[in-house]
Design a protein around this ligand. Structure first.
Ligand SMILES: Cc1ncc(COP(=O)(O)O)c(C=O)c1O
Length: 444
């Protein structure tokens, strides 16, 4: 980064500071991951200089002979890896990818149906204020008291509402999705089935999570989560989708450009191609397996420590911890954990009595720490640190006589954190030791 250091020392220093932060913290936000330097080099390359509106061999500008090959390579690799008929690699990110599918298939005000945000769905699955509910009519399904998707309710609702698209996909849901059941319901209600595999794409490629290819018509995915690529997204059309609607691929292409986007980010597309190459290696399948082994170990240990996990555990890379029995808000827990260099996000739990900004839970994930090579023994250490930190927070909240309403005030939470600081030091040191032992990888 010698040129950046000279041209823009402020940005250079900020990047160095962020690198240090990543080196010294446990990345446990389930949607984050650590890409290789190869992927970073592709993303930082001269490909970003090129305008390439359109598709390979059908562009609006000249000078496309090289970038056409980049895009075709990314498409080919994605098709092979996911075993689909067609891929569009141009979406700028997951949200525009989902919007593109709706734009392709649903007329304004017609219905789409997804898992509600409060039950673990994504904003783009029809949440309030999101374009998916402003321009389309959103109908949401939910989960049962156990936290599992309520397929019976989903079926009743689909038959009643007849949405154009049913979205099968999640952001904060620890269990496997029943693709077959989704497909049966979509068949009955005459809906397209769109699987949003953003969170689990790497697990599917690694063979440790069932693929929706046989069941869905369209599949969207971000490329920067378990797939361990750069920020971006892909839209895939399956054989089933093309049989149902032979124009589906063309509709998706048109929805991306001219529908929603202009020039594709060829530098990101090159990074996606490189990440897909990495994901096709045997070592990636081992990585995917280890993500789940690690999540399962966290499950076992956290339960031993008395934590309540939504659905009782996990089948994937993430866990949703309901902190109500520890009498601590997700905010306080996440802020305390950050003090010991464990980075997580606060999250609503199903039927959360608290509002979304002050939810009752935290969401934990293993993709980032597994990329660093951590295994079961490290998960046990991490679970114990999480337990100790949360018990301490809970005890201090009690001692400082901070009630639930007061806990929502930043100044009140700061009192807990300040009081905890001295005791947290030893846990922070343990985390730093782990980070030193498992440095950020340069390649995979
Ligand atoms: C299931 C799902 N779909 C879509 C997205 C949106 O991706 P992006 O943040 O890249 O727009 C996310 C991001 O968290 C997600 O979890």
């Amino acid at each position: 980064m010698k040129y950046l250091a000279k041209t823009d020392p402020k940005i250079y220093k900020l990047i160095q500071a962020e690198r240090k932060r990543q080196e010294q913290t446990l990345m446990m936000i389930p949607s984050e991951n650590i890409v290789s330097l190869a992927v970073q080099e592709a993303v930082g390359s001269c490909l970003g200089n090129k305008y390439a509106e359109g598709y390979p061999k059908k562009r609006y500008y000249q000078g496309q002979e090289v970038v056409d090959q980049v895009e075709l390579l990314a498409q080919e690799r994605a098709k092979k890896l996911f075993k689909v008929e067609y891929v569009n690699v141009q979406p700028y990110s997951g949200s525009p990818a989902n919007l593109a599918v709706y734009f392709a298939l649903v007329k304004p005000k017609e219905k789409i149906m997804g898992l509600s945000l409060s039950a673990g769905g994504h904003l783009t699955h029809g949440a309030n204020l999101n374009a998916s509910s402003v321009f389309f009519t959103s109908v949401s399904y939910g989960v049962t008291k156990t936290g599992y998707i309520d397929y019976d309710q989903l079926e009743d609702l689909a038959l009643k509402e007849r949405p154009k698209v049913i979205v099968a996909g999640t952001t904060a849901y620890p269990r496997l999705l029943d693709w077959k059941r989704f497909a049966e319901i979509a068949e009955k209600s005459g809906s397209y089935l769109m699987a949003d595999i953003s969170h689990i794409a790497g697990l599917i490629v690694g063979g440790v999570y069932p693929s929706p290819v046989e069941y869905a018509d369209i599949i969207t995915s971000t490329t920067h989560k378990t797939l361990r690529g750069p920020r971006g997204a892909i839209i895939m059309v399956t054989k089933k989708g093309l049989l149902k609607d032979p124009q589906l691929d063309k509709k998706i292409d048109k929805a991306i450009i001219p529908g929603l986007q202009g020039g594709p980010h060829l530098n990101a597309i090159a990074g996606i191609a490189t990440a897909l190459k990495e994901a096709s290696k045997k070592s990636f399948a081992q990585y995917a397996k280890q993500i789940i082994v690690n999540a399962k170990q966290l499950e076992v240990k956290l339960k031993e420590f008395g934590f309540n996990l939504v659905t009782g555990g996990t089948d994937s890379h993430l866990l949703l911890v309901d902190l109500r029995n520890f009498n601590l808000l997700g905010n306080t827990a996440a802020e305390l954990l950050e003090k010991v260099n464990i980075v997580v996000n606060r999250n609503a739990v199903p039927f959360d009595p608290n509002p979304p900004f002050y939810p009752s839970g935290i969401r934990l994930g293993t993709p980032g720490i597994t990329s660093r090579g951590m295994k079961k023994p490290e998960m046990s250490v991490i679970a114990e640190i999480i337990f100790n930190v949360i018990v301490l927070g809970s005890k201090l909240k009690n001692e400082l006589k901070i009630n639930d309403a007061q806990e929502r005030i930043t100044g009140q939470r700061s009192k807990i954190i300040k009081q905890a600081e001295a005791s947290l030091r030893k846990y922070r040191q343990k985390v730093l030791d782990l980070c030193r032992k498992f440095p950020i990888p340069k390649s995979y």
